[in-house]
Design a protein around this ligand. Sequence first.
Ligand code: GUN
Ligand code: ZN
Length: 432
Amino acid sequence: MTDRLLRGRLLTFHREPQSGDDSDAYTYLEDAGLLIRNGIIEDTGPFETIRAKARDVVVKDHRPHLMLAGFIDTHIHFPQVQVIASWGSQLLDWLNNYTFPEETRFASQEHSQRMAEAFFDQLIAHGTTSAVAFCSVHKTSADAFFSEATRRNMRMLGGKVLMDRNAPSDLRDTVQSGYDDTKALIVDWHGKGRNGYVISPRFAITSTPEQMEMAKTLAAEHPGCHIQTHLSENKDEIAFTKELYAQARDYLDVYQSYGLLGDKTLLGHAIHLEPREIDALVETGAHPVFCPTSNLFLGSGLFDHGGLSARGIMNGIATDVGAGTSYCMLQTLNEGYKVLQLQGQSLHPLQAFHWATRGNACVLGLEHKIGTLAPGTEADIIILNSAATDAMALRMERAESLSEELFILQIMGDDRAIDEVYVNGVAQKAKA
Ligand code: GUN
Ligand code: ZN
């Protein structure tokens, strides 16, 4: 593996900034050196200091750009790369009319492989170095996802969805096949290289109580695996769930009663929550995941980040492609900012950049590995160009602080602002 000394402006977070003035929460260096050896960040500091300790290493000069930990996307659907931008409906119609038919194509190994390559190309282009992905119901899709992640040496989490009802017959597993395929995938991929398996009952509507019971067994047998599902995204979805699980106290109780809630659980959307559900999130440590572009696109509703955070709940933030409309975490933070504005809540750019990096790493319990530029962590790094477009460059002429620059990136930035991406220490864009 190539060792490298990167030079540029460096920003990394130690904890969530409480406000724009909370400068103890992060380190910002105007002329920094970041030393990578064997895929790991070995040292950071003023450039000349690091250079003196590493005379043998090739320098890559990224000045005047900003070095930041790679973005982490905590909720995305790999089989929806060709569903993104499907017109005109809300969640349940969107699933039935566009998404489910598209996902049936992932029974094909060849299609899964081609889409996996395209999916990871998009993540890299947008500066996302780790993600938590739903695959389709087919084992083939998860095999393609993990083999491509392994080939690229990316830290990836994912799992095949469990779904045994309320979907086309070629998109349903059974209690037994869902169990067997998940077990085989865990054996083949979990903890191999940088991969982690995520037990993935799609949502209450598409799993029978028997399958939920099976998911409970899987979770108990594999406490090291994360769990992901969807929660309270849309009012019709909630009403249908309550019909299907009439004995449940509320939507979240479906998952809670099957032992699926803990600090390794990710709950996509979590928009329309009842007070008891919020109490249960506090008690169990499960993580809601805010998907702003998706929630706006499907007209699902406004995520109450401020309210949940005030209860001590740690929320993730994610694209949710293909209901999400961009792979870009900058655009996700842009729309997230607006969703919070509509509720009178504020998201400072320092908090936004913390959220998409260290914050999401904390949600996953992986902050000792990814999400910061701390020595000893994996060298997943992005290089951001705040003047990537003429419009950005024009606006940057008037920027006077780091916070202003970050906000310009957040509101105006897209894949053009991602100048380079290092995965485990290896530059990805320079290779292309
Ligand atoms: N709920 C169940 N499946 C899905 C999905 O694929 N996308 C979204 N946005 N919500 C879901
Ligand atoms: Zn989703």
